[in-house]
Design a protein around this ligand. Sequence first.
Ligand code: WT7
Length: 652
Amino acid sequence: MSGEALENLSHEDRIFVPSPEFASKANGKSDLYTQAQTDRNSFWDEQAKNLDWDTPWSQVLDWSGAPVSKWFVGAKLNVSVNCIDRHVAAGNGQRVAIHFEGERGDTQTITYKDLLDRVSQTANALTELGIKTGDRVAIYMPMIPEAVISMLACTRIGAPHSVVFGGFSAESLRSRIEDASASVVITADGGFRKGSPFGLKSAVDEAVASIPSVKKVLVVKRTEQEVNWNSERDVWWDDIVSKQSTSHTPEFFDSEHPLFILYTSGTTGKPKGILHTTGGYLTQVAYTYRVIFDIKPETDVYWCTADVGWITGHSYVAYGPLANGATQVIYEGTPDTPHKGRWWEIVAKYGVTILYTAPTAIRTFMKWGDEFPQAHDLSSLRLLGSVGEPINPEAWMWYREIIGSNNCPIVDTWWQTETGAIMISPLPGVTATKPGSAMGPIPGINAEILDDAGTAVGHGSGGYLVLTKPWPAMLRGIWGDMERYKETYWSRFDSRYFAGDGAKWDEDGAIWLLGRVDDVMNISGHRISTTEVESALVSHPTVAEAAVVGAADETTGQGIVAFVILRAGSVDGPGVAKELRAHVAKEIGAIARPRQILIVAELPKTRSGKIMRRLLRDVAENRTLGDVTTLADPTIMNLIGEGLKSSTSDDD
Ligand code: WT7
């Protein structure tokens, strides 16, 4: 195609073919697709053999029908041994595992040998605190090395961890600790964010006050801020971990031993504790990391900007990179502290070669201006990744041109907390990519797009994304609620996993993800349910009723817009919306704070009383209203529309 013809193409019509140079050295090869198609189980069998197992499996997959699968049946392994000990044993103890960069500029260099010592000490400390195999440990931490060290220490002793994002409120933390009946909480006094310390220990104090299952709280001193201390229950990390022996003899656990629980929002108010197990999870995470991020552990420096509180931080900060013996950067803070070039300064400082981040961050940088990345030497970069929400073609092109200098393949990776690892993505060096498309299922994964009746649609058509075959890293259930597990994922379409996303095939057979099809919003790549925010709003004494929608947002993908009816006697004053926004942040966490709150007199309902969110979304996105004929009272939409025009969204 001539340059001129290319110029005339819109972004989504472009195709980027892998460079022969990248392709010749790529870990992923096109024959992986053929191998997986020919014999799926032996394909996964081969991937599993890249890990160290103590006892081999008798069967790759036990699938007697949806929804329960077992992978690598009867085998035993230890995750921390795979992530650390074997690299040290192979002579790579001096390789850097983690370059830690604190927001205030403090740094730590942690080699694989250092990591082995620190994880062993932490495992010994957890044992001293009474943790036994199978006991749950909650982790509520800033992005500091101890967060990853704690996770690995849990895996070393077979104690499933439940990491709770440090931005969640005391109440969100409480309900998660209680649901998993965790007996120990690992936390820090606080962390640094936007140049100031924030507190974590205080939220833990509030959360565990009413939970008798919590026997001990282990506290890392990060900020030196004042904390309340319960000497029966609280233990400083430095007092117990540092005095432990650096040797620890690991046990090996069944392939299906629970590895962790991670809570995510569903369509009801109660978050789901997604359960992952050991062997299959590590197999798929290690494999995807190797072929999708094309990791060359001797030379690459990888940086994933996700927090360990999300699945991306589990699979592609903790387990994927370490299982592959990679060197990575962990950064504690925000992209604009102390200046808007901080990320690019970090890329240049450590010579980052692979960067994995979210579209919301990319769009934010686009908005800030090219001068920030352009002030730094980004020439070390050779591969870029995106995750969390659909990436719009304009952001994809900006990422490619400004961050990648037009010579880095981009992998747009679709997956979920539930899938545990990447499912749909190009293979760099193999797949020709289109800006905005996640392209197709990776080797070993099978996906389809179905219409309402459950029939697979063809190229050029859209519908519901499903996964048609079990995969090693798939969730094994919802903690304590197998019924909800079946109902949520396996009841919409017979024997197929319903992801909750809309998708379409284009004419060439590439997949385009179209966003959620349920009442789940995606705010900056984070999943929040409309019901959860509605419950938080109605828990405020002035609120009678609330309806929440996710409205398109230029930067965050979606923004939360709430329509609220006040109780009789409550007056709508200038401070009301502000107070309600703060209330939601306190109940759930700052990420759930509505972008906009609109006080209304009525909500649009059908005659049977169901709120018509579709119409509220039309209002929130300034669109002409869709069909209003099923409304009990069609005139109320005029009132709501008028109200929105006069409302302001404050940015406090
Ligand atoms: C939901 C899962 C997977 C780690 C981060 C989010 C959306 C995720 C993409 C992508 C389009 C994406 C989906 C999915 N999503 N990646 N590359 N393109 N949409 O994990 O919180 O479990 O959310 O995020 O809607 O269902 P999560």
